[in-house]
Design a protein around this ligand. Structure first.
Ligand code: UD1
Length: 420
């Protein structure tokens, strides 16, 4: 198993190119199930989750031709409709194949994703919406078995809660359904927007893209032609490197980024004292002498993302004063707290709220990554901790960060990937 060894850094300097967004790539890969042509995707990040989903499609019979950051997927020979436990257990987002496979074949089985490190994360909203579209759903032997022998029917869907993969799943199901589907309380994340835009450009008319009400005009079961596209930049990776700049008091430029996807993150960094130069596709963060405390509440886009909560907590340990961080999306997303405490952070937890008492002098030690974003918080803390920080179990980090140690190393961080 690999781990990261990080030595304290004074300052970083230089440019980091942001990769394509993992969370946009996953639904876009699932979307290829709706296509009748070779679908060519560019700007894919080189992360484990992408390989997992491509492997799942390949197991189902799809043809995959993967180069560095590009892939051509052809699902015309796809014949299996069962996503088995061995893959689903490693990545909950495998549930994204349920909507498109069911819409195309009238049958799909997906292993129940089960619990995960950051909370229960049920898929009841996905299933309820598919049932409204006429699917018959049964849970048998740990599998979701969905059937719709006469195809799915467009209908009115009101999500009780905003769900990102739930919205993506139902948009893909609705794309091949008979008639019109209205989704109210849809997710507005840029990753959902890109999925809708590509489908819309491929002949599936979608109204309301980027709003909470989507209207999808189904193709009555006809597969679609999808033109080549490039995945949008990863706003969470970008936010993480901006936090690396802020915590080390550095001048860092992140390139190939979409600044307008980072509104809430930039605004919180500004509150903490950072200043920026924004260009069309780059952001430069400038050194700021002190870090101010902050109040953060995680919410759905365009509010502050839960996927940046852990990284901001690491940053808050270096702020002069008391920061309050409230996690509203996931019930168990504070596992990085105990590891940060072991490094000397003063953090107290009360239910969904963490109180971070800054500024703490952090000390490097052995720490354990517990989930994807928690891992990057520990890396950020390691950049400013005295001595040496060893971050173990970085397979979590590898699920979603493309070449993190290389990107940070190129801007002067003292970070190495080693074998346990
Ligand atoms: C996606 C992102 C993840 C991010 C999260 C929230 C991907 C691959 N993952 O996860 O990085 O942290 O959005 O921005 O894009 N819920 C239910 N029932 C459901 C579905 C969701 O109760 O059927 C609840 C969840 O437990 C959670 C909330 O709704 O409390 C939001 O979850 P959701 O938006 O679905 O997260 P994911 O799509 O799994």
């Amino acid at each position: 198993m690999d781990y990261l060894k990080i030595l304290k850094n004074k300052q970083l300097n230089g440019e980091i190119r942001i990769s394509g967004a993992k969370n946009a790539s996953l639904p876009l890969i699932a979307m290829t199930i709706l296509a009748k042509n070779n679908v060519s995707m560019k700007n894919l990040p080189k992360v484990a989750d992408i390989n997992t989903l491509l492997k799942l499609l390949s197991n189902l019979g799809a043809n995959i031709d993967k180069q560095e950051h590009c892939v051509v997927v052809n699902t015309t020979a796809l014949h299996e409709t069962k996503a088995t436990y061995d893959i689903v257990k490693t990545m909950r987002a495998s549930i994204l194949v349920l909507g498109p496979i069911l819409a195309r074949f009238g049958h799909c089985e997906v292993s129940l994703p089960g619990g995960c490190a950051i909370g229960q994360r049920p898929v009841d909203l996905h299933l309820k919406a598919l049932q409204s579209m006429g699917a018959n759903i049964q849970i048998k032997g740990g599998y979701i078995e969905a059937t719709a022998p006469n195809g799915l029917q467009g209908c009115e869907i009101i999500f009780d809660k905003i769900t990102v993969t739930g919205t993506a799943n139902i948009v893909m199901a609705a794309a091949l359904a008979h008639g019109i589907t209205n989704i109210t309380n849809a997710a507005r994340e840029p990753e959902v927007v890109q999925l809708c835009e590509i489908l819309n450009a491929s002949g599936v008319k979608i109204d309301g893209i980027g709003t909470a009400v989507l209207t999808i005009h189904g193709t009555n079961g006809s597969l679609i032609n999808i033109n080549e596209f490039a995945v949008i930049p990863d706003r969470i990776e970008a936010g993480t490197y901006l936090c690396a700049g802020a915590i080390t008091n550095s001048e860092l430029t992140i390139t190939s980024v979409e600044p307008k996807h980072l509104g809430a993150v930039l605004s919180k960094l500004e509150e903490m004292g950072s200043t920026f130069t924004l260009k069309e596709d780059s952001i430069t963060i400038h050194p700021s002498k002190t870090i101010k405390p902050v109040k953060i509440v995680t919410q759905e886009y365009p509010a502050f993302p839960t996927d940046m909560q852990a990284q901001f907590m690491a940053l808050a340990t270096q702020a002069d004063g008391v920061s309050i961080i409230e996690e509203r999306l996931f019930e168990n997303r504070f596992m990085h707290v105990s590891e940060l405490q072991r490094m000397g952070a003063d953090i107290s937890l009360n239910g969904h709220t963490a109180t971070v008492n800054g500024k703490s002098e952090l000390s490097g030690t052995d720490v354990m990554a517990t989930d994807l974003r928690a891992s990057s918080a520990l890396v950020l803390a390691g950049l400013v901790a005295n001595g040496e920080t060893d971050v173990h179990r970085i397979y979590h980090l590898d699920r979603g960060y493309d070449a993190l140690e290389k990107k940070l190393g190129n801007v002067g961080a003292n970070i190495q990937r080693l074998k346990e």
